[in-house]
Ligand binder design. Structure first.
Ligand code: ADP
Length: 161
């Protein structure tokens, strides 16, 4: 049985993330989305909220589940008995950061392999941080996230104004 983790902040989950998950779910028996409990990013949603939004987004994909984790990603992978870590790559933004992290992770866990899937063209420039900025400015985010994510984000943004 091949198990892969897909770790990230997911604040909130976007169609770009979902595109990666859907493709990874065809490659592996089981995918576990790992939501970082703590992140050095400025978070809008709590861990519980990020997990719930992600769970709802993947409810129709039978071999995908969502868990939160803290500590090293390689330890999360080990605990879940995953052989592979999935990450998504956008054209300019991600490569150097992923490469650096992959080299460190390989040192920590040489038996864990990294698989980077290329973001689809329509989501190349979609990031959770840009999404939050557009939502704050009351822009239309409907094509970029599932409907309930857009609603949750609008509620959050209105609450914090
Ligand atoms: P992190 O804080 O680990 O970067 P993110 O939630 O921002 O977490 O992203 C999780 C993973 O999904 C990362 O590998 C990131 O590059 C990837 N990702 C983010 N946005 C997109 C997108 N629009 N298309 C494809 N992959 C994406």
């Amino acid at each position: 049985m091949t198990v892969a983790i897909y770790p990230g902040t997911f604040d909130p989950i976007t169609n770009g993330h979902l595109d990666i998950v859907q493709r990874a779910a065809r490659l592996f028996d089981r995918i576990i989305i790992g939501v970082y409990e703590k992140s050095n990013k400025h978070l809008v949603f709590s861990t519980k909220e990020r997990v719930e939004l992600a769970k709802r987004a993947v409810a129709n994909i039978p071999n995908v589940e969502v868990k939160s984790f803290h500590g090293l990603t390689v330890d999360f992978a080990r605990n879940e008995k995953a052989q592979v870590m999935i990450r998504g790559l956008r054209m300019n933004a991600d490569f150097e950061k992923e490469f650096e992290m992959a080299m460190m992770n390989r040192k920590l866990a040489p038996d864990l392999d990294l698989l980077c899937l290329m973001a689809s063209q329509e989501y190349q420039f979609l990031s959770s941080s840009l999404l939050k900025e557009v939502a704050r400015l009351d822009g239309n985010i409907n094509d970029l996230v599932p409907e309930y994510v857009a609603e949750a984000l609008k509620r959050k943004v209105n609450d914090t104004i």
